[in-house]
Write a protein that binds this ligand. Structure first.
Ligand SMILES: NC(=O)C1=CN([C@@H]2O[C@H](COP(=O)(O)OP(=O)(O)OC[C@H]3O[C@@H](n4cnc5c(N)ncnc54)[C@H](OP(=O)(O)O)[C@@H]3O)[C@@H](O)[C@H]2O)C=CC1
Ligand SMILES: Nc1c(N[C@@H]2O[C@H](COP(=O)(O)O)[C@@H](O)[C@H]2O)[nH]c(=O)[nH]c1=O
Length: 377
């Protein structure tokens, strides 16, 4: 099920706080950085904050630049992104700026919270009840499927950021480090306690903006079961991009593969026909680069743009078998193998029979097929 691209945005003090405990919002960003935030807001379909941030900051969450609003309208979008808040209690102040500025408003809440929020807000906002408890994946599916949100900016606070990151639902973090210290343990922190990915996130960009530094990160740790995480989608995209690097062939598919340890460390990557070998497959090439005794292999995920092959003429073992022998027990792929070269190839079946989890993400099928258009037309 496709989800919106989720971008977490926050400004943080040198000692990791989002705010102080004073009555006014702490300005951590510099003026030029607030303008950058305005540009990010203008680029998204929806902005989400927790009810705690509405209470603490009374924000408007507007696109302040008239030029940016005009550009949105010129491209067929509303002048302002949809504003979304989450609440369990439904206890929202109907006088808050959030409801009386900008574009459409949406409250995502529980069954109980919906009763309270609807009573308090009347027609000011749409209220959606998502069950007895609020499930973030269900919330994101709702935003995508019902509200057409492809790109979501989350502007905090800490409790919201913590849940989206620990649940593997954040595609990107945009953090601004501000040169000031809060020093008050009662102040809200950027990330609270939780089960975060064990390894390192990928640093995508750093940028100096006046006296603050923007850091952009992507989570890297694969999911653990059938439910894909944002990092799973990112790695599968990488595999599909590798497929585009294959030397062209009239008699074989172009495929890319990446093998990633449970902590998000890339173990190896490969693509079809690499290194002058006319028959080597992507998964085969990647696995050949890893020491078979590597202790990370049993917990690793193999990303392959095309499902691993089930039968081969050119090698003794097909890639599904090589993966099972490697010890890896999770495969994420974009495209089930068509009958073009092998009838009824069922690498997924071979893997599942061998005890591996296979996750298929059809939203990447078009990207996986692109370098193979001449074979599948
Ligand atoms: N520097 C920066 O970039 C930013 C700073 N901030 C600061 O952060 C602080 C607020 O952060 P914080 O207190 O963590 O609050 P949040 O904005 O994260 O909101 C928390 C509230 O959101 C609702 N909520 C969160 N998760 C769920 C869930 N799973 N199900 C249902 N409802 C949920 C609950 O509302 P309810 O209580 O109604 O049930 C909860 O109390 C403020 O001081 C603000 O200034 C905020 C954003 C950015
Ligand atoms: N303090 C702080 C941020 N706070 C965020 O900005 C929101 C208020 O935006 P507005 O309605 O436009 O004033 C606030 O609720 C919170 O989500 N953001 C940042 O980039 N940098 C900062 O220093």
């Amino acid at each position: 099920m496709p989800l919106p691209y989720v971008l977490l945005s926050a400004a943080v003090s040198l000692d990791g706080y989002l705010d102080d405990t004073g009555p006014d919002r702490l300005l951590l960003s510099s003026p030029a950085d607030f303008d950058r935030v305005d540009a990010v807001r203008a680029s998204v379909d929806a902005i989400l904050i927790g009810a705690g941030t509405i209470r603490a900051d009374n924000p408007r969450l507007l696109v302040n630049s008239a030029e940016r609003r005009a550009a949105r309208v010129a491209s067929g979008r509303p002048a302002y992104p949809l504003k979304v808040t989450v609440t369990a209690t439904g206890d929202l102040d109907p006088g808050a700026h959030f409801w009386h500025t900008g574009g459409e408003k949406l409250v995502c809440t529980t069954d109980k919270g919906a009763e309270v929020a609807s009573r308090l807000l009347g027609d000011t906002a749409d209220v959606v009840a998502l069950g007895a408890d609020l499930d973030w994946r269900a919330l994101l599916e709702h935003l995508h499927d019902v509200r057409g949100v492809e790109r979501l900016m989350v502007e905090g606070g800490g409790r919201v950021h913590t849940q989206l990151l620990t649940q593997g639902l954040a595609d990107e973090l945009q953090l601004v480090l501000a040169p000031l210290l809060v020093g008050d343990p009662a102040a809200p922190r950027l990330f609270g306690p939780g089960e975060y990915q064990g390894g390192r996130l990928r640093l995508v960009e750093t940028r100096r903006i006046e006296d603050v530094v923007l850091m952009r990160y992507e989570p890297t740790a694969p999911g653990a079961g059938p439910v894909p995480t944002a990092a799973d989608r990112r790695w599968l995209r990488t595999a599909c991009e590798l497929a585009a690097q294959c030397p062209p062939s009239e008699t074989a598919f172009s495929v890319g593969a990446v093998v990633v340890a449970a902590d998000g460390t890339e173990l190896a990557r490969g693509h079809s026909r690499e290194g002058g070998d006319p028959v080597v497959h992507a998964e085969e090439a990647a696995l050949a680069r890893i020491d078979p005794a590597d202790p990370a292999l049993p917990g690793a995920t193999v990303y392959s743009s095309l499902e691993p092959c089930a039968r081969r003429a050119s090698r003794p073992a097909p890639c599904a078998e090589l993966i099972l022998r490697s010890g890896a027990r999770r495969v994420v792929t974009a495209w089930r193998e068509p009958d073009t070269f092998v009838a009824g190839a069922d690498g997924t079946g071979v893997l599942r029979d061998g005890g591996a989890e296979v996750v298929v993400l059809p939203e990447f099928e078009a990207l996986a097929k692109a370098p193979n258009a001449h074979l599948t037309a």
